[in-house]
Design a protein around this ligand. Structure first.
Ligand code: CA
Length: 412
């Protein structure tokens, strides 16, 4: 029987351990490429996938799935920072994450780092995610071509990851449509960095079975020397509403037990931002082959990212202030309206005119005595007394005064 979806991961021919993780389930499909530290990378990718695996559930809409998935990634980021806080030997660990939740014919995609999501449609392979790499920024700024980027000595320098770098990393999130016949390829750079897109498209065309295609793609990277870990998830879309694998599976380091106490993942420790490790500390190029001009540009990019972050915070703060201002002016306007109202009631056994309304906000009454009439409430006819005690609303101050006059007339 042909498999629609499948996942596989291989340590490669050079690396000592597999720091990649992958997940293929019923609704959720993800790859993560961990990095850093002696044991950090495998922990980072595995923790992240295990942390977000509960997103493998049906959602009402792709928008809802996108929001939930983005927020799950931010939670995972927090958990990574906490793990580093408790286990300093993991300092500098991080991971890419590229994945989606399928909701009918829509995919809610999230992405950070340089793992990739491709759509294969009618034999053509299209990269859907955009690498958060230094070289991609060079390409975007027109400094180098895509071909030069593919062989650039700094092509693996990442501008954004999950980890202990940033408490609120910028995660790409988008919703794309899919249709029967589409196949989605999620992969770490162990595939995309060494096997050409044309070759990937060919292999997908040759292998209609997802498990066979995963195997063929891994074999192809091994043929290319497989200097890096390689992880692949293929998700096929047919007429059925689901792309589920027969049984949800983790591959790569997420398939192994975590090598340090997993209990930290559920603890809630608030980290001071100062404890975070700025990205530049771990990735400023020191390579002598690295052109000085590029290095300067790299520093500019880091500075620009920092400025953009400040701008995001400012935008957010200004937004919050505006909301506070609006709420405050609504409250003030509301209060001013209440002060145009009058009613007749009792204070200290005397009939009085009150300004405001009888309601109160918590302990704050919205009315105050405006005028004491000098009429003793006990002197009124029982019926009038009862009415005054339960208060009489007036249209305005003149109306309130005439109510007082009528009560006074009753006394004579
Ligand atoms: Ca990698």
């Amino acid at each position: 029987m042909t498999t629609l979806s499948a996942a596989g991961s291989h340590v490669g021919k050079v690396r000592a351990n597999n720091q990649d993780s992958g997940y293929a389930g019923e609704h959720l499909f993800v790859v993560a490429d961990g990095m850093g530290g002696h044991a950090g990378g495998d922990v980072a990718s595995a923790m992240t996938l295990q942390s977000i695996a509960d997103m493998d559930r049906p959602f009402e809409s792709a928008d809802e799935a996108a929001r939930a998935l983005s927020s799950a990634l931010l939670d995972a980021n927090q958990e990574l920072a906490e793990a580093v806080f408790e286990h300093p030997e993991l300092t500098g660990m991080g991971t890419t994450v590229s994945g989606f939740v399928r909701v009918g014919h829509r995919l809610a995609i999230v992405h950070i780092g340089d793992s990739r999501i491709y759509r294969w449609r009618a034999g053509r392979l299209t990269q859907i995610t955009k690498d958060h790499t230094f070289v991609q920024r060079l390409v975007d700024s027109g400094r180098i071509s895509a071909e030069e980027a593919a062989v650039h000595p700094r092509r693996s320098v990442l501008m954004r990851v999950l980890g202990d770098v940033d408490l609120t990393p910028e995660i790409d999130s988008e919703i794309v449509d899919t249709e029967p016949g589409d196949r989605w390829l999620l992969c770490s750079d162990g595939l995309s960095g060494f096997v050409s897109e044309d070759r990937i498209a060919e292999l997908l065309a040759e292998h209609a079975d997802a498990a066979a295609a995963v195997e063929a793609l891994i074999d192809e990277s091994l043929d290319e020397g497989a200097p890096d870990n390689v992880t692949i998830v293929i998700v096929g879309v047919d007429e059925s509403p689901s792309s589920a694998v027969s049984r949800p599976l983790f591959v790569g380091s997420a398939a192994q037990p975590l090598t340090f106490g997993a209990s930290v993942t559920k603890r809630s420790v608030r980290l001071p931002a100062l404890l975070l490790h700025p990205l530049k500390a771990q990735s400023i190029p020191e390579d002598e082959h690295f052109e000085p001009e590029s290095e300067e540009f790299f520093r500019e990019l880091i500075a620009e990212d920092a400025r953009r972050k400040v701008r995001r915070r400012i935008t957010w703060s200004v937004g919050l202030l505006l909301v506070i201002a609006l709420v405050t002016s609504a409250l003030v306007a509301g209060y001013q309206w209440t002060q145009t109202r009058f009613f007749v009631g009792v204070t200290d056994g005397q009939v009085a005119i009150f300004q405001g309304v009888q309601q109160s906000i918590g302990p704050f009454p919205l009315s105050s005595v405006y005028l004491e009439s000098g009429i003793d409430v006990d002197d009124l006819e029982p019926f009038s007394r009862q009415r005054v005690e339960s208060t009489i609303n007036a249209d305005d101050l003149a109306d309130a005064l005439s109510i007082i006059d009528r009560l006074r007339d009753e006394l004579d």
